[in-house]
Write a new protein. Structure first.
Length: 296
């Protein structure tokens, strides 16, 4: 009887301890929500999303841009599925983590805080800005991460002189639409193409790399430079499909046409062979038009 009483007491103590642990966990979670709510209110009290977030107005705000390519294809304009990655530090969105326990990062709608107005300069999209507006992730140091995905359509000069052995180079030029280099220092990080999906008609040249370069351009209106980041997508056409459907049939038909002249003039097979070659050539031409319609 005494043994059962001790066991019962230990069991009650275990339940009490577990209940206390769960209560402490719930309390921490509720306090974290309270601190987070207070942090949002404190950060946005005097915040103006139209104001460039720097400590000194004479300083430029460094913004990093990353090009993440998922898939590309060509139809006179280059259509690319891209995840832009923009990083900058907002001086006004900093806080001390000891004042807000458990709150290490917060999220803001992109329209609620300042963000760089990075656009694709050579856009062929009717909306011009094709990105999907997402939240901005901000940590306690004011470091902001903005990753808007989008389907970008960019102008691209297509040179089909060596079709179907052609290689196309298409540029995607990104830059700020209103800020110059003295106000916004646009820097580049190497493009990330780990999520690239191979296209059935095109190969990405350069071991799945998209080279990029930072440029500075001066205009007559202003003394300050206007930086931009240009990524170059180099694509090579896959020739196997066109070789089997266009090149090999054309070579065989040309050889057949030459063999006609080896037959005697009074041979009946010469006429039938010529008609066969002419009909086959017509079929190949029609099929070639259908195949090339996908390319022009």
């Amino acid at each position: 009887m005494f043994y059962k009483f001790i066991t019962y007491c230990k069991f009650c103590k275990f339940l009490t301890h577990c209940t206390f642990c769960k209560f402490e966990t719930y309390t921490q979670l509720s306090l974290q929500g309270e601190h987070q709510r207070r942090l949002y209110k404190d950060l946005m009290r005097n915040y103006n999303p139209l104001e460039r977030p720097v400590f000194n107005d004479s300083h430029s705000l460094t913004t990093l841009i990353v090009f993440a390519c998922l898939q590309d294809e060509k139809n006179q304009v280059l259509t690319t599925n891209i995840w832009l990655q923009l990083y900058w530090t907002d001086y006004y969105l900093q806080w001390n983590t000891t004042d807000y326990p458990g709150v290490t990062n917060v999220r803001f709608p992109d329209t609620q805080i300042w963000r760089p107005d990075i656009l694709l300069y050579n856009s062929a999209d009717e909306r011009f800005d094709a990105t999907f507006h997402t939240n901005v992730l901000v940590n306690s140091t004011g470091y902001c991460q903005y990753l808007p995905p989008g389907i970008f359509k960019s102008t691209c000069y297509i040179d089909v002189r060596w079709f179907p052995f052609d290689v196309q180079r298409c540029d995607l030029k990104f830059g700020s639409w209103t800020y110059g280099g003295w106000s916004l220092d646009l820097q580049m990080i190497e493009a990330d193409v780990t999520g690239y999906i191979a296209n059935g008609e095109w190969d990405l040249v350069g071991k799945f790399k998209v080279p990029g370069r930072r440029n500075e351009r001066f205009y007559d209106c202003c003394k300050e430079p206007y930086p931009d980041v240009t990524f170059t997508v180099v694509m090579r056409r896959r020739t196997l499909y066109y070789g089997l459907n266009l090149l090999i049939p054309c070579v065989l038909i040309s050889t057949l046409a030459l063999l006609v002249f080896l037959l005697p003039a009074d041979s009946g097979e010469k006429i039938s062979l010529g008609e066969t070659g002419e009909g086959t050539g017509g079929c190949v031409c029609v099929k070639g038009l259908c195949v090339c319609e996908r390319c022009w």
